[in-house]
Design a protein around this ligand. Structure first.
Ligand SMILES: [Zn+2]
Length: 388
């Protein structure tokens, strides 16, 4: 009888506790369900406001609550990388690979690709390369792995491997001829440094066979001729660049001068470059030519050159050069000081506005690069650093 009473008391209590527990669980579940999308929206808002620290915190909490949301984990990994938190990205992707959730082989390959990105960003090139090499047979991510390997080999200056990768990547849509020609130029450059001119010329010829418009190949060939004291061939080679792409003439205007100077043919040089300026008035070669005219031509011819340039393509640089040319003709000390101040101001203005710009990513630099350091594109930086 006592047992029956106990059971009569316990049974409703048992159901009561169960009901309360159920209510509590439901509340938690409903709360989490409400919080989950809100945190994602908070994270998106933070990204829009460029507050990536807040965005990563919000995403991290969602990912911890819902580890099966794999795409969110990939987003979090990319955010870590963007913030330079490569160790956190490596940790996240490594954990994903050993997660209790059974991901498909395709998802695992994607995780490996992301991990390779993390290692590359962290400077652990060997580990990145090893992961990518293992992904080459992946149906879905093999191509991405090749593209990443191409970036890695370029960063590593492993030009031969880079050439091999482009052979696998090359298609009817994109031939990589500009890149491969540049890789051969890099190899040629290495040989020139070692004075292995025959080998350097081999690479240069290959570069020109692959891309006959490769200006850099002819610049390097001229360098070889110059080092061999064959100044006539150096001049002939540099003159080919006008036909290849005249925009690169500002890069070689000094090299052509050096070769003509060795042959003691300054007059011929001045005739040549004056022809270039007439044909291509927008090219930024005026200062170099002005200095040479000052040294090797008459004062009248020099000022006449600058006046014509000023009419054709007015710029603060040419205005400053005109003032510079006339400085000695000013008779008063005050007048000279005033002119100097205006000249300095114009040159400062020109320096502020002039840069080498990448047409792919708009990277700006005071130095010219064959490969953009920001987006890794080849020949994307304009060689003519005019005011802009
Ligand atoms: Zn760029």
């Amino acid at each position: 009888m006592d047992l029956l009473i106990i059971w009569l008391i316990i049974t409703p209590l048992f159901f009561g506790f169960g009901w309360i527990a159920g209510r509590i669980d439901m509340k938690v579940v409903l709360k989490q369900a409400k919080q989950l999308p809100q945190r994602i929206f908070d994270s998106i808002d933070a990204i829009i406001d460029s507050k990536t620290g807040i965005a990563t915190d919000e995403l991290k909490q969602v990912v911890e609550q819902e580890p099966q949301l794999i795409d969110l984990q990939f987003s979090l990994g990319r955010l870590y990388r963007k913030r330079g938190e490569n160790d956190l990205a490596i940790n996240l992707h490594s954990k994903m690979l050993t997660s209790q959730y059974v991901f498909s082989e395709e998802i695992k390959d994607k995780i490996r690709l992301e991990l390779a990105h993390d290692f590359q960003k962290a400077g652990l090139i060997d580990r990145s390369e090893s992961l990518l090499r293992n992904l080459l047979n992946s149906q879905v991510y093999g191509h991405d792995a090749l593209q990443m390997l191409l970036i890695i080999y370029q960063q590593d200056k492993n030009w031969q491997e880079a050439i091999d990768i482009t052979k696998k990547l090359s298609s009817s849509d994109y031939s990589y001829h500009v890149e491969v020609a540049q890789f051969n130029c890099e190899l040629a450059q290495e040989e020139i440094i070692k004075s292995n001119y025959a080998k350097a010329i081999e690479y240069i010829r290959t570069a020109l066979e692959i891309n006959r418009k490769c200006v850099r190949a002819n610049i390097l060939l001229a360098e070889v001729y110059f080092n061999q004291e064959n100044y006539l061939e150096a001049i002939k080679t540099l003159q080919l660049i006008e036909k290849q792409n005249y925009n690169y003439l500002p890069l070689i205007i000094d090299k052509i001068f050096e070769a003509y100077a060795r042959l003691e043919q300054i007059k011929e040089y001045l005739t040549l470059v004056k022809g270039y300026v007439t044909l291509f008035p927008n090219l930024n070669m005026h200062e170099f030519i002005y200095r040479k005219l000052l040294n090797y031509d008459t004062f009248e011819a020099t000022v006449d050159y600058l006046r014509k340039a000023m009419i054709a393509t007015p710029s603060s640089k040419i205005a400053a050069l005109l003032i510079d040319a006339q400085l000695n003709n000013l008779t008063t000390i005050e007048g000279k000081a005033d002119a100097e101040r205006v000249k300095t101001l114009l040159l400062k203005y020109n320096d502020k506005l002039s840069s080498y710009n990448c047409r792919c990513c708009n990277f700006k630099s005071k130095t010219f690069f064959w490969q953009c350091p920001a987006c890794y594109s080849w020949e994307s930086i304009s060689p003519n650093n005019i005011e802009n």
